[in-house]
Every structure is written in C-alpha cells, then in structure tokens.
Write a protein that binds this ligand. Structure first.
Ligand SMILES: Cc1cc2nc3c(=O)[nH]c(=O)nc-3n(C[C@H](O)[C@H](O)[C@H](O)COP(=O)(O)OP(=O)(O)OC[C@H]3O[C@@H](n4cnc5c(N)ncnc54)[C@H](O)[C@@H]3O)c2cc1C
Length: 380
C-alpha cells in the first residue's frame, strides 16, 4: 500500500493553493458578509480546470487521476477557501457533472459536461425533498411518460446551487409504486416551462453557497433527457457516494490544516502572564487535538480515493466511517481553535467562527451521522 503522493501531485497541490490564495481567498470575506455566491471565483476555478479535472480532455477536463482530484479539494480548504464555495464546487462537479459523465448518453455528455467542467454553466443535483431526506427512496416527485416527453411534478428541498443552476440533475419516480427501483434521473434546464426555484435559504453556515427548493409543475422535458436507464436513478445517486466521501470531504481536511496553522501562529504571538499562550500545556493540547483530527481525517478520506483509483467496489463501511468521522469530529478541533483565539475567535474577522458554522453542515448533508452509524452497525 502506498501512503505517499507523487512529486507531480504535490506540485499540483501547491499550484492550486497558490491560485486559490491569489484569486479566491481575497474575495471570501466580501461574499461571507453579504451571503452571496462568488460567481467570479467559480468561473476562475473553471478556467483553472478545477471543475472537472478528472474528465478526459475531450469533455473539458484534464484526465486527472482520482487522488489528484481529491488533492485539489484539500488544497482549496488549506488555502482558506470558505466551505460555501467548496460545497458548491462539490455539488456542481461530483453530484451533477460526474453523474451525467458516467451515465449520460454521448449526446448528453457532449452537450453538458465540457461546459460544466469549464464553469460556463452551473449544475445542481436534486434528490432530497421536503418529506424525503434520509429516506430518499420515499421521494414523491413523479416523471410520467407521455409520448416522447416526460412530465415532472413535485418539489426538491435544500438543493445546493439551486437558485443559480443552468442544469439540474433531478431524481423522480417513473414508477411511484416502487421505492428504490422506481427512481430515474433527468436533466432539466433552467427556463424549462413548469420549472422554478425558491429564494436562497438563509443558513447557519456555507452562506456563500446558494441553496433552494426546486419546483416542478407539469414540467415537460424531452424523453431523451433521461440519464441512465429507467429505474436506475437510486443506484446512480448511490454511486456518487465515493466522490461524496472523498472529494467532497477533502476541503474539510484542508480546512483543518488551515485552522491548525492559524491557531499555532496565534498561539506563538499572543502573550498572557508574560508568556506566549503556546507555552501553556492547555494550548498545546488543543493544537494537538486539531493535528490528530487532521491526520486521521486525511487517512480516512484518501482511503476512499485510493479504493476508487484502484477500481475497487465501494467499501460502504469505510465510506460511512469517513463521513461520520470528518463530519462529527470536525467540530471539536474548530472549537479548540476558537478557544485558542479567545474572544477574537468568536469574532468574524478571525475566520474561526465561520469555519465552525460551515463545518456544522458536515454531520447533516449527504447523509446524517445517525444514518452513517446505522450503516456501520449493520456491518458488524
Ligand atoms: C446546506 C445543505 C445543502 C444540501 N445540498 C443538497 C443537494 O445539493 N442535493 C440534495 O439532494 N440534498 C441536499 N441536501 C439535503 C441533505 O442531504 C439532507 O438534509 C440530509 O440527507 C438529511 O435529510 P433531512 O434534512 O430531510 O433530515 P431527516 O431525514 O428528516 O432527518 C432528521 C433527523 O432524523 C434522523 N433520522 C432520520 N432517519 C433516521 C434513522 N433511520 N435512524 C436514526 N435517525 C434517523 C436524522 O439523523 C436527523 O437527525 C442539503 C442539505 C443542506 C442543509
């Protein structure tokens, strides 16, 4: 087993950090305070090649391997990019574009994937509904076949990039009598009659990521907009779990390093009782806690990337452990970082409070910690 990265991978990671520090990080504060999506940075990420680097060049990507792709996400977090933008990047790239790339027809791939990869258009993925979250198989949105069209009716809830998306990958029941086996996936373009979105939801964290409802009222789409086979939607959604538990978690690993560096720096400068606070054991233990989380989270996340890069089937236990650990345990280290910063840690300009609010999503989104524990306990 390899535990190291190649020289090229490490050089690429440095390049991403450099790019993000120059082009994105200076704009984070403005968008955090206004709670707005940073479209300019998103487009620049597309130009840099971050929004679909694992796709082959003919589909707008760079043919990057899985580990390099995950490293890019880690680099964004390490540079100090906020959790809202990395959430939007993840939903766009891995939940929307990648599903079209993996399961779409050649015509669908050519039409959407290169533009998504270049950041010319924004994508979202709609699975969750007002009454179907953890139990997604109970979703109620229907897609009824009428001649050469499908007619969609229903709504989606908490959809990342919903208010901005040009392309929505939507899961709906083609056979409402069935649960998992009755779900299929469809591409719905912005502007399609009968398709609308709600206002951006006001959230605790990830405020720069726009989240909304999606509404479908007698929304007619061409039958060729179905992605993958009829009834395979649930399986397709579950296949995104590998990216969800690696590339989507990777920015949080990077953020842990960012928080550690900022906290160590502060601890070495802040003087109380005639000493830097970094000389007190209580502070050093907090720094150690952050380091322990960073090291363990990194191993768990790259284990999933490694499985995927080896073409191995998804290891559900490892995926659930990674999601649960990074999600649940990420709050403790950020709490320690806030305490190291004292009163400043509670204030916006020292960033830590924003990281805390952003990280609060991790035990919830994409499968709650309760659900991960359910999966883990089933495998014992
Ligand atoms: C900011 C944000 C962005 C999101 N982005 C997207 C997106 O882009 N696309 C998308 O489709 N969805 C998205 N989601 C939805 C997210 O995946 C769901 O919120 C999540 O799966 C939980 O579903 P729920 O909110 O309906 O909670 P529920 O499923 O109603 O859960 C409520 C509580 O009950 C617990 N619970 C439920 N079932 C069980 C059980 N069997 N055993 C024990 N406890 C249980 C849960 O753990 C939780 O504590 C997003 C959510 C947020 C907040």
């Amino acid at each position: 087993m390899e535990f190291g990265f190649t020289r090229e991978q490490m050089m690429f990671k440095k390049e991403v950090i450099k790019f993000a520090k120059k082009e994105i990080v200076p704009r984070v504060e403005e968008h955090e305070l206004s709670g707005t999506f940073d479209m300019e940075s998103f487009r620049k990420m597309g130009e840099f090649g971050l929004l679909g680097m694992h796709f082959p060049e003919e589909y707008g990507g760079q043919g990057a391997d899985v580990v390099t792709t995950v490293l890019a996400g880690e680099a964004l977090g390490e540079a100090g990019v906020d959790g809202g933008l990395t959430l939007s990047y993840g939903a766009h790239t891995f939940l929307c574009a990648d599903t079209i790339f993996c399961h779409g027809t050649e015509a669908q791939k050519k039409k959407y994937v290169p533009r998504l990869a270049r950041g010319e258009i924004v994508g979202c993925m709609g699975l969750t509904e007002p009454d179907a979250g953890s139990d997604v198989a109970s979703l109620k949105t229907t897609a009824e076949k009428k001649g050469d069209r499908y007619v969609l009716n229903g709504s989606k809830m908490f959809i990342t990039n919903g208010p901005l998306a040009d392309v929505a990958l939507v899961y709906a029941k083609t056979d409402p009598a069935k649960r998992h086996e009755g779900i299929s996936a469809f591409i719905v373009e912005k502007g399609t009659r009968g398709f609308s979105t709600g206002n951006p939801l006001k959230k605790m964290g990830c405020r720069t990521s726009a989240t909304s409802e999606l509404f479908f009222q007698d929304c007619e789409i061409p039958a060729e907009n179905m992605v993958g086979k009829e009834g395979h939607g649930f399986l397709m959604a579950m296949q995104t779990v590998e990216w969800d538990r690696s590339a989507l978690l990777a920015p949080m690993v990077g953020v842990a390093k960012y928080v550690l560096e900022k906290s160590a720096d502060y601890a070495n400068k802040r003087v109380q009782f005639g000493k830097t606070i970094g000389e007190f054991q209580a502070t050093r233990h907090k720094l150690a806690n952050i380091r322990i989380f960073y090291e363990a989270a990194r191993l768990l996340v790259y284990r999933i990337a490694w499985f995927k890069s080896q073409g191995k089937p998804l290891n559900h236990l490892a995926a659930a452990v990674a999601k649960l650990f990074v999600g649940d345990w990420s709050l403790g280290p950020v709490n320690d970082a806030i305490l190291i910063h004292g009163g400043y840690g509670y204030c916006h300009e020292y960033i830590m409070e924003g990281v805390f609010r952003d990280n609060r999503l991790a035990p919830l989104g994409g499968g709650t910690s309760d659900i991960q524990k359910m999966i883990i306990s089933r495998m014992m």
